[in-house]
Design a protein around this ligand. Structure first.
Ligand SMILES: [Zn+2]
Length: 369
């Protein structure tokens, strides 16, 4: 019996953006680009393809899931937001919020994406499977209750959490967001909720520009339940792991969740076009190892990873595979063909004094004695 389930749906790869070149709308002096928006299906599809080619799928429980229901969506998003999203989708697609284009049927595809996260969370919470990875697309962590942004149209993790709570399957839930961008949507949705800890490890002032500071620690009913860990450009593998070990893990231990969910973006990786933090596949492997240890000691190993960003078509599959190797305990190993290059060339390999001092300051601020 595999200990890890991988949830996916081909329809999530059919989510289509409008005319973008990188993160810029096409027009004026911005030339159209064949691949358009960075959130292309290829990063996700190539990750899944590599799992088939390596054979690790034999050690996973490969699962589909139904779409999230209207009731599921209404627990998190406002009625006005959902009806506007559906109206634009039914009219052939377009764009709502900021940088969130979608094609015809985008609303239904987003419900499928949320459905994967929901099924993964419910199945793990029920004890039906030890841990899970939901290959959701479109992503969710930037989406608030009433505003789409940063390619995110529904907050997949929040929808899954509220479904689990509605069924009485979990009480205290921790979300660790290691996508390189700030998990502003998840933070906002659970800002005043004492039973959900939201932790975001991100590049400082990357996206959104105006959120993610360490002094944002939770609303009046939930002080200390939001933890922002902004890291500087060029941090690299060692600084990211240092922050993870010295801030994320202790805060999880203090909170004592009965389920841990990771907003799993791979866009902190060195070649990613939307970041400059220089992580490698080993960074994700070791963070996965660390969070599994936390889940084992705190909540019977109940752990769900939900896919967020990651925009290097070449490198996301290697980061994702390393993550699944750890998660599943599979002996199938895919060597990362560019790891040695990144490790040798990136400043992060040296964990220089600047990054070390930066993390020391954050530890002093964010981890009570
Ligand atoms: Zn991201």
């Amino acid at each position: 019996m595999p200990r890890t389930a991988l949830y996916w749906d081909e329809r999530c790869f059919w989510h289509a953006g409008a005319h973008y070149a990188g993160t810029l709308p096409v027009g004026g002096f911005v030339q159209p680009q064949p691949d358009g928006l960075p959130d292309s299906p290829e990063t996700k599809r190539r990750f899944l393809n590599l799992c088939h080619v390596s054979g690790i799928v034999a050690d996973l429980s490969l699962r589909g899931a139904g779409p999230a229901t209207d009731t599921d969506l209404a627990r998190v998003h406002t009625a006005d937001y959902l009806s506007e999203f559906k109206r634009v989708s039914d009219a052939g697609g377009g764009e709502i919020g900021l940088r969130t284009p979608f094609g015809p049927g985008g609303y239904e595809i987003a419900k499928h994406s949320a459905g994967l996260a929901k099924a993964a969370i419910l199945d793990v919470a029920r004890g039906d499977i030890q841990n899970a990875y939901a290959l959701s697309r479109p992503p969710g962590h930037h989406c608030t209750a009433d505003w789409a942004n940063g390619f995110c149209l529904l907050n997949n993790i929040a929808i899954g959490i509220e479904a689990a709570r509605a069924e009485g399957l979990a009480q205290r839930i921790a979300v660790v967001d290691w996508d390189v961008h700030h998990g502003n949507g998840t933070e906002a949705i659970f800002w005043n909720d004492p039973d959900v800890l939201t932790v975001s490890l991100h590049q400082e002032r990357n996206y959104p520009l105006d959120t993610g500071a360490p002094d944002a620690t939770g609303g009046p009913n939930a002080p200390g339940t939001n933890v922002n860990i902004p890291l500087p450009q060029g941090s690299g593998h060692a600084a990211i792991l240092d922050a993870f070990d010295r801030i994320v893990l202790p805060r999880l231990a203090t909170f004592k969740p009965d389920l841990i969910i990771v907003a799993c973006g791979f866009d902190a990786a060195a070649p990613d076009p939307l970041s400059a933090t220089l992580a490698t596949s080993e960074t994700f492997r070791l963070m996965t190892h660390g969070i599994m240890g936390a889940a084992d000691s705190l909540c019977g190993g109940k752990l769900v990873l939900v896919h967020e960003g990651g925009y290097s078509e070449v490198y996301v599959p290697f980061c994702g595979h390393a993550t699944l190797e750890e998660l599943s305990g599979s002996r199938v190993h895919v060597p990362d063909p560019i790891l040695a290059t990144y490790t040798a060339r990136q400043p992060g390999a040296r964990f220089d004094a600047f990054a070390k001092g930066w993390v020391d300051d954050l530890v002093a601020k964010l981890v009570p004695e």
